[in-house]
Design a protein around this ligand. Structure first.
Ligand code: CTP
Ligand code: CA
Length: 229
């Protein structure tokens, strides 16, 4: 089945999707962030709604317009995203974590804008780790039969291929499917195209050739629907 066909095979299901990139504020006007556009998560939400699902999209700092028929919940930080996803997990038949979540946040958020001082001293920023949303929901399993999908953008290194890293991450996170993007050489970020390998817990690696984010979304929902049937 392709993304373009109007098959209402997700009717009666509630899906929860995260999108965008979190921002971790240092002061009222500055943050640590990332360059996630939100396109993949918005495509997942739009395609699921087109296939009949009830869709909640928890969106972190994306400029994209709300997809038709989708409930959009805006968030800023990883902690906000954690609160919204864990708070809604028990109502979801599937959860897809397409958001780029900051691993760390500043230990303190300064209430007023940080100023330079006359002596040229440079402030130090202490970081603390954010909660791991995917790990939490995968290990808690708030609803029987729930399917949980993670994303991982990896660059291989001297000792590990992208797939090795993906397999280890799937195991560590405890999700059902992991969509692995090879981002060596600056691929994917902000692009309208996506190329991926989808790993499952049985050890299958499904390559998805380069195509639109809508097409990859269609494949992901096909795999989720297959788990339900
Ligand atoms: N994720 C999450 N909560 C976090 C960090 C990541 O839910 N605090 C989710 C992402 O949305 C993604 C998946 O986990 O679906 C993998 O993210 P990734 O950054 O690759 O995983 P990490 O465990 O943070 O590993 P790494 O050290 O490689 O960044
Ligand atoms: Ca990370």
């Amino acid at each position: 089945r392709t993304a373009g066909q109007s098959v209402a095979d997700l009717t009666g299901k509630h899906v929860l999707v995260s999108a965008g990139g979190t921002r971790e504020h240092l002061d009222p006007v500055r943050f640590l962030g990332n360059s996630s556009s939100g396109k993949q998560g918005y495509a997942l939400a739009r395609i699921a709604a087109a296939r009949g699902a009830k869709v909640t999209l928890v969106a972190a700092n994306s400029e994209l317009p709300d997809p038709a028929g989708v409930q959009v919940v805006p968030v800023v930080s990883a902690q906000d995203l954690y609160d919204e996803i864990t708070g809604r997990a028990a109502d979801a038949d599937a959860i897809v974590m397409a958001a780029a979540v900051a691993d760390f946040r500043p230990a303190d958020v300064v209430e007023h804008k940080i100023k330079k001082t006359a002596d040229g001293a440079v402030p130090a920023v202490d970081l603390v780790q954010n909660p791991d949303i995917l790990h939490t929901i995968s290990h808690d399993r708030a609803r029987p039969g729930q399917i949980i999908v993670g994303f991982a953008a990896e660059t291989g290194d001297a000792d590990h291929t992208v797939l090795d890293l993906g397999r280890a991450k799937l195991e560590r996170k405890g999700c059902d499917l992991l969509v692995v993007n090879d981002v060596s050489g600056g691929k994917v970020f902000g692009s309208d195209l996506n190329e991926a390998v989808i790993l499952d817990r049985a050890g299958t690696a499904l390559p998805v050739p380069s195509g639109s984010k809508d097409a990859l979304s269609g494949v992901i929902w096909n795999l989720v629907a297959a788990h339900w049937s």
